[in-house]
Ligand binder design. Structure first.
Ligand code: ADP
Ligand code: MG
Length: 241
């Protein structure tokens, strides 16, 4: 059994089918880059995996639990996968520590002292242990995104989904966020990341999935996918001919 099993998943918005039968199994510890043009369905796929969107057909299971369209299942699933977005979405009126504690205390009902201990540990992990009492607007964008990563980690997810998490950052802040992701990958975290950072995908990921028009159009090891793309669409996307 794979950690995440995505089988024949379809998703429509109204009459527009955006995911057209996605099959993808993710093993524990795998680091997968999802690449593809804007509009190819990458974000929708991640949102389906953590239950932010309900699927139209097919099935998704995470750690053996099937994603079913009811509240109990959705909640259980969201606890298993963390998601990080392009926008950090930190609460400005809460401290860094308060932000990392919030979903633990609200969603998981973790006692405050335990939530705080976990928050401190996760902030250490992303190199921000000393900023527990700071407010988000006192931090750089790169630091805020690292707080968002700590917040996701604090829920102890089985996998992390990252949707273009460096795209809103000034170029000089991208590296510090990618360094944290690289470390998580080395520690064995299962990661599914939509990214435009091709060099990072090549260096860190063990699989690359190229999406095109709502389908997995090509997939494989980074060294194969980047050096030897098979389809015209991937060649065009990578800018090789
Ligand atoms: P990507 O992340 O690869 O850029 P998306 O998954 O965001 O692609 O979008 C895929 C397609 O689905 C796009 O055509 C987009 O307009 C459409 N889409 C995404 N979310 C919605 C929505 N909530 N309602 C209607 N259409 C949507
Ligand atoms: Mg997107």
């Amino acid at each position: 059994m794979s950690l995440i099993e995505i089988t024949e998943v379809r998703k429509s918005f109204g009459t527009t089918e955006v995911l057209k039968g996605i099959n993808l199994d993710v093993e524990a510890g795998e680091v997968i880059a999802i690449i593809g043009k804007s509009g190819s369905g990458k974000s929708t796929l991640l949102r389906c995996i953590n239950g932010l969107e309900t699927i139209t057909d097919g099935s998704i299971s995470v750690a053996g639990a099937q994603l079913l369209d009811d509240e109990v299942h959705l909640k259980a699933l969201r606890l298993k996968v963390g998601m990080i977005f392009q926008q950090f979405n930190l609460f400005p009126h809460l401290t860094v520590g308060g932000n990392v504690m919030l979903s633990q205390t609200v969603v998981k009902k973790t006692p405050k002292a335990e939530a705080e201990a976990t928050a401190r540990k996760m902030l250490e992990r992303v190199g921000l242990g000393h900023r527990f009492d700071a407010y988000p607007d006192e931090l750089s964008g790169g630091q805020q995104q690292r707080v968002a990563i700590a917040r996701a980690l604090a829920m102890q997810p089985a996998a992390l989904l990252c949707d273009e998490i460096t795209s809103a950052l000034d170029p000089e802040l991208v590296a510090e966020v990618l360094a944290v992701v690289r470390e998580l990958a080395a520690e064995g975290m299962t990661l599914l990341m939509v990214t435009h950072e091709m060099k990072f995908a090549r260096d860190v990921c063990n699989r690359v999935v190229f999406m095109h028009q709502g389908r997995v159009h090509e997939a494989g090891r980074p060294e194969d996918v980047f050096a030897n793309p098979q389809t015209a669409e991937l060649k065009q996307f990578l800018g090789v001919s």
